[in-house]
Design a protein around this ligand. Structure first.
Ligand SMILES: [Zn+2]
Ligand SMILES: [Zn+2]
Length: 355
């Protein structure tokens, strides 16, 4: 089968190659991948800025159907549509696993960087990480469950204030989804802030009904205080990795900030005195909890949010275009389709899949 693999360490070394199909093993299942999303993390893996164990097939966000069950797998059937938490090989024994925080286990090796992932026709995953996709949720929406779960996990840490104000910094997929979820979950007002370099994404978010601010034209804390009639923001969600200071400045006293963005450097300046003055509650959210996956699927099933407009589908054979479009921010979320010639999902490319 075809698989998009990082063949060696260092920057680059990404190759679409033929590999043997995975075989089911006890407790694991083989999925036929229908769609798999490219994430910012994948760009970091390609650049060798994120841990990875080559040679390895990339792709940690995918929807598939069950092709075959390993020995001892119960409760699942061939043909079922599923998504999969990427917390493979979590040890189940450490203090984090035993607290129910397997997504934070230091032993975990996710499909897509630790073990072979979903940028392939098939992927082998542990059955206990699967979630069934409800009938009314189509493949494109289901392919976005992983980033949606990242957002839901953040709101598990810092709940959306009912009727309150939520300011989201950074208009990438996680930022746009954060604003949509905040509105769906009962925020009184929500706005999304971005730089002029993200003008396209801001315009796109505005089309989805989200209030957007171009940060080049305003002082974000000042604008946030004006926006909340001088109160300051109840909850800031920082998804850009580069706007910690603005976020703290925008908070009301004892307001909350949840940080999701990965900073460009290990050490960044933080206005500590201002955070103290704000009596701020600041949380950092990493990865996605077990509970967030079912919650994300339930929100999609009810139509509470519709993330499908974020997606652009590419044939797996056109992976270079898809990665370039992601890097250049020409698309919000690129999905790779490894079976483009075999199903009805429209692709953005006319290239035939080579079988
Ligand atoms: Zn991701
Ligand atoms: Zn563990």
């Amino acid at each position: 089968m075809r698989a998009l693999r990082k063949t060696a360490g260092g920057a680059g070394n990404l190759v679409l190659e033929w590999v043997p199909r995975p075989r089911p093993r006890p407790g694991w299942v083989v999925l036929d991948v229908r769609l798999a999303g490219i994430c910012g993390t994948d760009l970091h893996i390609v650049a060798d800025e994120f841990p990875n164990w080559p040679p390895v097939t990339l792709g940690h966000e995918f929807i598939g159907t069950i092709n075959s069950l390993g020995e001892g797998v119960t409760g699942w059937a061939v043909g079922q549509r599923v998504v999969c938490e990427p917390h493979a090989l979590a040890c189940r024994r450490c203090h984090l696993c035993r607290r129910g925080l397997a997504h934070l286990c230091s032993e975990k090796r996710s499909p897509g960087w630790g073990i072979d992932g979903g940028f392939a026709e098939q992927v082998l995953v542990p059955a206990d990480l699967l979630h069934s996709v409800p009938e009314g949720v189509d493949d494109v929406a289901a392919a976005l469950v992983e980033p949606l779960s990242i957002v839901v996990t953040a709101f598990e840490r810092t709940p959306v204030p009912l009727g309150g104000s939520v300011l989201v910094l950074g208009p990438g997929p996680i930022g746009i989804l954060s604003a949509l979820v905040a509105l769906a979950a009962g925020a009184g007002q929500a706005a999304l802030v971005g730089r002029p370099s993200s003008a396209g994404r801001l315009a796109f978010a505005a089309e989805l009904g989200i209030e957007v601010w171009d940060s080049s034209g305003c002082d974000v804390p000042e604008a946030a205080y004006a926006w909340t009639c001088g109160r300051g923001v109840d909850l800031v969600v920082e998804t850009s990795g580069g706007a910690i200071a603005e976020g703290i400045g925008a908070l009301r006293r004892q307001g909350r900030m949840c940080v999701l963005g990965i900073p460009g450097a290990d050490v960044i300046p933080v206005p500590w005195g201002l955070a103290m003055n704000r009596a701020a509650d600041i949380a950092f959210s990493l990865s996605s909890s077990y509970s967030s996956w079912d919650a994300a699927l339930a929100m999609l099933a009810r139509g509470a949010i519709d993330p499908r407009p974020l997606a652009s589908v590419f044939d797996l054979a056109d992976w270079e275009q898809a990665f370039a479009a992601t890097r250049e921010r020409a698309v919000v979320k690129a999905l790779l389709n490894p079976v483009a010639s075999q199903n009805a999902i429209p692709t953005t490319s006319s290239t035939e899949a080579t079988q």
